[in-house]
Design a protein around this ligand. Structure first.
Ligand SMILES: [Ca+2]
Ligand SMILES: [Ca+2]
Length: 199
């Protein structure tokens, strides 16, 4: 068998594997679309309220098109859809329907805790494009101009939010390399300090 035939057969086999790949069991319901009708509105928030109240009309496993409550109902984006955690999700749901601002974009919660070896971290001039959490255990020195978001104003698919834990220490170095001096700036983006507001 020639190399070209081997390549051809391999290509056919690969195509068959792709064709045989199982389709997703559930169509992905959009963020907050608990009844999976293709629209996010107050009806979805009513379902969340029923779940929060523990009403039998809430059947978590059947929500979000059968994928389960957690797959589209975690509107605060903290991974918690327990009864005690649903209050934050319902708050974001109601605020989003009312077109009120929320701390985080719907279904996108606090970002990961930053790496802070030895408890000290120096941030030089940069754009922070994704959400992150600054822990109280980390002393942060800002040496330059740090933008939350793109400094040219380009909006990100998910609005970056810096969660600054209560008790955090942040210093700005005035003698930094950036000619503007040390500063923290937010460019039409959002910051949260202390406990995140749920909506
Ligand atoms: Ca819906
Ligand atoms: Ca949640």
């Amino acid at each position: 068998m020639t190399n070209s035939w081997k390549k051809l057969l391999f290509g056919v086999a690969a195509a068959l594997l792709v064709a045989a790949a199982p389709a997703s069991t559930y169509a992905a319901a959009g963020c907050g679309d608990l009844n999976n009708d293709g629209v996010f509105n107050a009806s979805d928030c009513l379902i969340l309220a029923q779940c929060l109240a523990g009403l039998p009309s809430c059947t978590p496993a059947t929500l979000c098109g059968g994928a389960g409550l957690a797959s589209c109902g975690d509107m605060f984006g903290d991974g918690d859809v327990s009864v005690s955690g649903l209050g934050a999700d319902l708050s974001v749901c109601n605020d989003t329907v009312a077109k009120l601002p929320t701390t985080y974009d719907a279904c996108h919660g606090p970002g990961p805790v930053i790496s802070c070896p030895g408890g000290n971290l120096t941030l030089h001039s940069q754009d922070i494009l994704t959400s992150q959490t600054w822990p109280a255990s980390c002393k942060i020195l800002i040496d330059g101009t740090v933008y939350i978001g793109d400094h040219t104003g380009v909006l990100q698919p998910v609005t970056p939010v810096i969660k600054i834990e209560k008790g955090s220490v942040i210093h700005s170095l005035t003698g930094g390399a950036d000619p503007d001096g040390g500063s923290a700036d937010h460019h039409d983006q959002r910051q949260s300090a202390g406990c995140p507001r749920a909506g």
